[in-house]
Design a protein around this ligand. Sequence first.
Ligand code: MG
Length: 331
Amino acid sequence: MKVNMMHGAGGEVMGELLQTLTKFRHNNAGGIGLEAMDDGAVIPFNGENLVFTTDSHVVRPIFFPGGDIGRISVCGTINDLAMMGGKPVALSCGMIIEEGFEIDDLARIVASMDEALGEAGANLVTGDTKVMERGALDGIAINTAGIGVAKTIVRDNGLVCGDVIIVSGTLGDHGLAIMAHREGFDLGEQIKSDVSPLWGLVEKVLDAGTVHAMKDPTRGGFASAINEMARKSGVCVRVQEEKIPIRKNVRSAAGMLGIDPLEVANEGKVVMGVPATCVDAVLEALHSHKYGKDAAVVGTVTKGAHVIMETAIGGERFIEPPMGDPVPRVC
Ligand code: MG
C-alpha cells in the first residue's frame, strides 16, 4: 500500500496511516504521551506540567483570505498547546523551501508569524532552514513545535454525562474560505479564514470555570473532533442542529460545493465540554473575547455512544466521523 492524499486529510483514513506511524515503544516521557493521541504531550518537570506539540503546514494557496501559511503554522501549534491547558512559551520553526521561492513572500510569512506570536505572548526561539531543488517541493512547507506550561491539564477524553457542549464560534470558516478562494467564488461578502491563536480565549475560560474536555476542530472539522471526544470519553453526544453557528456565506458555499461545513477545518475554534453549573460563566468568558463572540451551546453529553444530531425538522441522525477532510491541503 502507498500513501495517498486521504492519508493526510485528518479523518478515519488518516487513522490507518497513524497505526503505522505511532508504533513507538518509546512513546511517553512520564506524563501524557503519544499513545493518548491528544492535541499535545505533557511532561512533568520540576513540579510543572510542560506541554509539547508539533504541527506541519502545507496549505495552498500560501496566502488566503484571512491568513497565510505563516499565521497558520504558529496558530496550529499554539492552539494545540492551549487545548491541553498550556500557556504557550516558546516555538521552533523548520522551513523547507523550494528553489525559486520569492524572498519577499518569505518576509511576509515571517512578519505574519511574528504577529501571531505577539498576540499569543509566545516567542520563536529556534529554527532550521532547508532548501530543495525546483520540483522537489511545492513552494514551502513549515513545521513548528512548541512548549507551554499548564496549570490545569485539559484532555480531549474527559466528557462526562450531563456536560454541555460549547463551540467558541462559527464552524467551517477556514475550510470554506480556502475552497471558495480556490474555486473563485464571489459570494458578495468574502469568506475569511478564522485562523487565530486561541490561548488568550482559553485562559479566560479556564479562569472562569471548569472545562472537562477540549479539542480544536481542525482537519475533519467539528464532526471529527466531537466524535473523537465522545469515543475517547465513552459517552454519547447529542447535538441540536439549529444551535450550531454557521455563517450564511459559509453555508451557501458549502451547499454549492456539496461539502458538509461540519467536516471542514477550523483554525480558530474550540469545542469544549463543561459541567452544566459552569455554562453561564464559560459563555460569558467566551463572549467577552474577540475570538469567542459567536460562542454557543450546541449539545449535551449523555450515556451511550456515538454523536447524534437532532435535526432542525425534528429527526435524528448520526454525525459520523468523516473519512477525511473534503478540502485537501487545508492546513
Ligand atoms: Mg488539535
